[in-house]
Design a protein around this ligand. Sequence first.
Ligand SMILES: Cc1cc2nc3c(=O)[nH]c(=O)nc-3n(C[C@H](O)[C@H](O)[C@H](O)COP(=O)(O)OP(=O)(O)OC[C@H]3O[C@@H](n4cnc5c(N)ncnc54)[C@H](O)[C@@H]3O)c2cc1C
Length: 370
Amino acid sequence: MAKTLNIGMAGAGLSCAVIARELAEAGHRITVLEKRLHVAGNCHTERDPRSGVLVHVYGPHIFHTDDEEVWNLVNRYVTFRPYVNRVKATTGGRVFSLPINLLTINQFFGKTFSPSEARAFIESRADRSITEPKSFEEQALRFIGPELYEAFFKGYTLKQWEVDPKRLPASILKRLPVRFNYDDNYFFHRFQGMPEEGYTPLVQRLLDHPNITVHLGEGLAAADVARFDHVYWSGPLDGYYGFDEGRLPYRTLDFERFEGEGDIQGCAVMNYTDASVPYTRITEHKHFAPWESHERSVCYREFSRHCGPEDIPYYPVHLTEGDALLQRYQARARNERGVTFVGRLGTYRYMDMDVTIRAALDVARAALAG
Ligand SMILES: Cc1cc2nc3c(=O)[nH]c(=O)nc-3n(C[C@H](O)[C@H](O)[C@H](O)COP(=O)(O)OP(=O)(O)OC[C@H]3O[C@@H](n4cnc5c(N)ncnc54)[C@H](O)[C@@H]3O)c2cc1C
C-alpha cells in the first residue's frame, strides 16, 4: 500500500478499531461507519447513571492473554487493573467453584482427596471406552464422568445452545478444563485484567487519530463498497450477501436487568447449571471493578436463545455435522477483491478480545506489506 488509500470500515468494534489505527498511522485515510450509537462493539461498557456502576452492556468481558504484544498494545491506550476471574456455579441447591477444581470435586463428592487421589477418582468415573471423543458429550464423559457432566455441563449446555450435547463439537469443552489443585482462576493466561474505565475508552482512543473519521448510527452496505479503495467488514458475513444463501445460525442473549442495595450475590459471575433454571448465569457488574465502591448494584440475568433476524448475533453455532452454509459464504468471500472480512461476525468465529486484536494486527500488517 504505497499511495494514500481511502479505506472504509464496517463497524467500530475492536477489530476495525485496531486495523483503522494501524492503517491510519501508515498514512491512509479511514472512514469508520458504525450502525450503533457507540463504539467498542460488544465490548462496550457504560456507567449506570443512578448507581455509578460500570456496566458491561453486552455481557461480561474479562481481558486475558498470553500474547505480550497485544497486552502491551492495550496498556498503551488505557490503564488496566489486576483482575482474576473466579466463577461460581449453583447446581442442585448448592454452590461450587468453577472451573472444576479440587475444591469442587471434594465438596461435590463429600471427600478430602489429595490431588493424586482426586485424579485417580475422576479417572475411575471417566468413560475410558471413548478413545476419540467426537462430540461435546463424549469429551465430557471421557474426562470427568457422568456425575460432574450432569451437574455442571449438561443442563448448562442445553440452555446455552438448545441442541443435544451429542451434536456439539468436542472442542467446546477445551475452554473449561478440570484442575486437580485449588486454583480457581478461570483463565490460564499470563496476563489478565480489566480496563479501569471499561473497554469503550480503549476503542475511543484507538480511533482517536487525525486520519480516522467515525460516523455513529450509520451502517455500511455492500453497495457502498465501491466508494472506497478497500473495505474491512466486521459485520455478519451472511449479512454482506443479503442472507441470499440463508442465515448462518447464531445464539443471541437476553439480559434481564435488576438492581438492589449493597452486594446482591457476592461475586461477579454465578452460573446456574441446572436445566430447570431458565437462565444461564447472573452477572453482578460492580464486582468487575473491585477497586470502586458503590452503594447500589446492577445485575444481569442472562438467557440464551436462537437468534432471529432482529436480534443481536452473539455466538456462532458450529455443529458436528459441519458448516456447509458457512463454506458457501466463505468461498464467495475469498473471491471478493475490495473487501476483507474480519472479526467475530465477519469470520463467523468465537474470538476472545486478545485473539480479535491479534487477528486485526495481522490483517493490517499483511495489507501494509502487500
Ligand atoms: C457474551 C460474550 C461475552 C464475551 N466475553 C469475553 C471475555 O470475557 N473476554 C474476551 O476476551 N472476549 C469476550 N468476548 C468476545 C468479544 O466480545 C469479541 O472478541 C469482540 O467483541 C470482537 O470484536 P469485533 O470488532 O470483531 O466485533 P463486535 O464487537 O461485534 O463489533 C462489530 C461492530 O460492527 C458493527 N456493525 C456490524 N455490521 C455493520 C455494518 N454493516 N455497518 C456498520 N457497522 C456494523 C456492530 O454494530 C458492532 O458494533 C465475549 C463475547 C460475547 C458474545
